[in-house]
Design a binder for this molecule. Structure first.
Ligand code: F6P
Length: 341
């Protein structure tokens, strides 16, 4: 079998672990040939690829980023790919394509599968917002980075009697904010799923200081919004990939709190630090298992599906099911988090 693999969308710790696992399982067990397309679907469209043998993936298990490069795909180019799907199979002689990516990449994978490409998807994203899988690799690493940052910020915040507003990634799903906020013991957590009221945050900080506490940490997802009319904050425009451009809720909220409280409030935007660096052991293991099962699925002819974690098992689920809706934080998880800060 000739297997093509690519990584698309925003990168994520653990991508290299999947690539390595695919190559090992395919070559060691089946004697397959594996090629890697460069820079996501662009490499597939432009015919930029290289052979991935065992040497090519040696030493990459713990490396962040992706050795293949990644890119987002504009919608026009995706339509072009779908229209040329059968030519691409013939040109590259591939029997299976394994795209590793998040919601956008898997939607594209689903479209390519419908257009006739033999596709097996592998979900990735630090945001953990893909339906049909309990977890995506990269999430554990991002939560660890954000948690450590807040642990560190607490000590300096206390020294200077400050409020720290820590903005983490998560456009529409607040999983990173929820779990890192809980793990770090943040005093406020703001998620995209539930508009927040700045008055309540002001009250919370004032009560803390009245009890003799000297600082507060508020963890806010980049996609969080204040409830209507409570604070000046607008919606951003949509970029060429269909994503909303955010206007910096962490900074806006810190300024708002400083103004209302009369205390220093500092914004800390963690940004891409959450996506860089070495994956945790958990993410390496999940990524390796996904790679292994993707190759098995290709050999079983289970196309149009993706690997998924259900409990402790890896199962194959239809791509169509995985891309129907984002997995957002449910109410009971938000209620649990609220009860501890
Ligand atoms: O999709 C994952 C994600 O990490 C989002 O949480 C974030 O908004 C986005 O990627 C940023 O991606 P980039 O700056 O690479 O376009």
């Amino acid at each position: 079998m000739r297997i093509g693999v690519l990584t698309a969308g925003g990168d994520c710790p653990g991508l290299n672990a999947v690539i390595r696992s695919v190559v090992h399982r395919a070559i060691d067990n089946y004697g397959d040939e594996v090629i890697g397309f460069e820079d996501g679907y662009s490499g597939l469209l432009d015919g930029r690829y290289r052979t991935l043998d065992l040497d090519a993936v040696s030493g990459i298990l713990a490396r962040g980023g992706t050795i293949l490069g990644s890119a987002r795909l504009e919608r026009d180019r995706l339509r072009e790919a779908c229209a040329n799907a059968s030519d691409m199979i013939r040109d590259f002689g591939i029997d299976a394509l394994i795209p590793i990516g998040g919601e956008g990449t898997l939607t594209a994978a689903h479209m390519l599968s419908e257009a006739g490409l033999p596709v097996v998807g592998v979900p990735k994203t630090i945001d953990n917002d893909i339906s049909s899988t309990d977890r995506t690799f990269g999430f554990d690493t991002a939560v660890g980075v954000a948690t450590e940052a807040m642990d560190r910020l607490k000590t300096t915040a206390e020294s200077h009697q400050r409020v720290m507003v820590v903005e983490v990634m998560g456009r529409h799903a607040g999983w990173i904010a929820l779990e890192s906020g809980m793990a770090a013991g943040a005093h406020g957590i703001c998620l995209p799923e539930r508009p927040f009221d700045p008055d309540q945050l002001v009250k919370m900080v004032e009560e803390r200081f009245a009890r003799g506490k000297k600082f507060a940490v508020i963890c806010v997802a980049e996609g969080a919004h204040p409830s209507g009319g409570t604070m000046d904050y607008g919606k951003g425009a949509i970029d060429k990939f269909g994503h909303e451009r955010f206007q910096g809720i962490g900074t806006a909220l810190a300024y708002e709190l400083e103004r209302r409280l009369g205390k220093e409030a500092k914004p800390v935007i963690l940004g891409h630090v959450q996506r860089g660096g070495v994956p945790t052991a958990y993410d390496r293991v999940l990524a390796t298992r996904f790679g292994w099962h993707a190759v098995e699925a290709a050999h079983q002819g289970e196309f149009g599906r993706m690997t998924s974690l259900r409990g402790t098992d890896i199962v194959m689920v239809p791509l169509a099911e995985a891309v129907t809706e984002l997995k957002t934080v449910p109410k009971d998880r938000m209620d649990e988090a609220e009860s501890v800060f």
